[in-house]
Design a protein around this ligand. Sequence first.
Ligand SMILES: [Zn+2]
Length: 149
Amino acid sequence: MADELVREGEGGRPCKSCENPDRVLWSNGRWKLTPIRPSANPVGLFLETVEHIDFEDFDDDMAAEYGVITRHLEAAIRAVASVGRVHIHRFADGAAHFHVWFQGRPARQLELYGWGNNLWTQVLTPLDADVVGANHDQVIAAFVQSFDD
Ligand SMILES: [Zn+2]
């Protein structure tokens, strides 16, 4: 790993995730959801581990919980009326927390289809923060409720 860039939370580098607990929209003590801002997508959420661990550090229970959370979160995002499909990405280059990008891609907006979504949503004019915030509130409520259904 000597040739890899030092990520946030490693080698004494500050960690924005740990330093901004007010950004956490939901947590169960092992996982947390935080918003991706700004974004041209109607929904942009990070699913992160609370601890600084990588995918290869998961035991079977953590891996299973990741799968179950992913299924519930994808459905909650897909239920937002302005979302066409949900893109799920893991890059692992930015921070010491295992984190996955959940992007609710806008319905019927062709320039944001497919792999280009991740680039274009950083370049295009962001959606209104109040609109995205209301979408996130809806997603979190549906996500939490889905475990009781
Ligand atoms: Zn951290």
